[in-house]
Design a protein around this ligand. Structure first.
Ligand code: COA
Length: 152
């Protein structure tokens, strides 16, 4: 199965059901949805995943809301998306790429570590402050935001 990743045209977007896999708050999604370029991943023309690349400064860019639809997860596509994001950021001359997740997102934390991202900082209480409903993952509550960084 060939994954085709490309920058979205002005009339293409990531559907809300995909965005909600990575972030349970529609309110938060609306805040950053247009903060950068959207990338779509398709197989035979069907959308299977995507992400947003959102510049923070001239030197730093953030991967936001990376997600792969469930039937396509754990087959290497997430990794391909991350590698594409890293290559794109490098080509655009950024020096650092970051990705943020929750203390409770153990699978995602391992996923980012395997892609050579290191924990840079922890934003204490982020999810208590900005999310109206508690987020539970495998019985653990999302409280702190974990910022992972890779040098480019
Ligand atoms: N069971 C458990 N882990 C497995 C697995 C399985 N059957 N198959 C693969 N993995 C693990 C492996 O560690 C693999 O690395 P490896 O190269 O050492 O084997 C790693 O997952 C990467 O797998 P990959 O298949 O590329 O990831 P993915 O396509 O599932 O994408 C996410 C990863 C996080 C994008 C995807 O799970 C997802 O969309 N999740 C929901 C949205 C989300 O949480 N986004 C991030 C918000 S912070």
């Amino acid at each position: 199965m060939n994954l085709d990743i490309s920058k979205a045209n002005h009339n293409e977007f990531l559907p809300i059901d995909l965005l909600l896999l990575a972030d349970p708050s529609e309110e938060m999604i609306e805040r950053y949805r247009n903060s950068g370029e959207t990338y779509l991943a398709k197989i035979d023309g069907d959308l299977v995943g995507g992400f947003i690349l959102s510049p923070i400064s001239q030197e730093e860019i953030e991967i936001k809301n990376i997600a792969v639809y469930e039937p396509f997860q754990k087959q290497g596509f997430g990794k391909e998306l991350m590698k594409y994001a890293i290559r794109t950021a490098k080509m655009e001359a950024y020096k650092r790429i970051i990705v943020k997740t929750a203390n409770s997102s153990q699978y995602q934390i391992e996923f980012y570590k395997k892609l050579k991202f290191n924990l840079e900082s922890v934003i204490k209480g982020h999810f208590m402050k900005y999310y109206k409903k508690p987020i539970l993952e495998n019985g653990e509550e999302a409280i702190d935001q974990m910022v992972f960084m890779r040098l480019l």
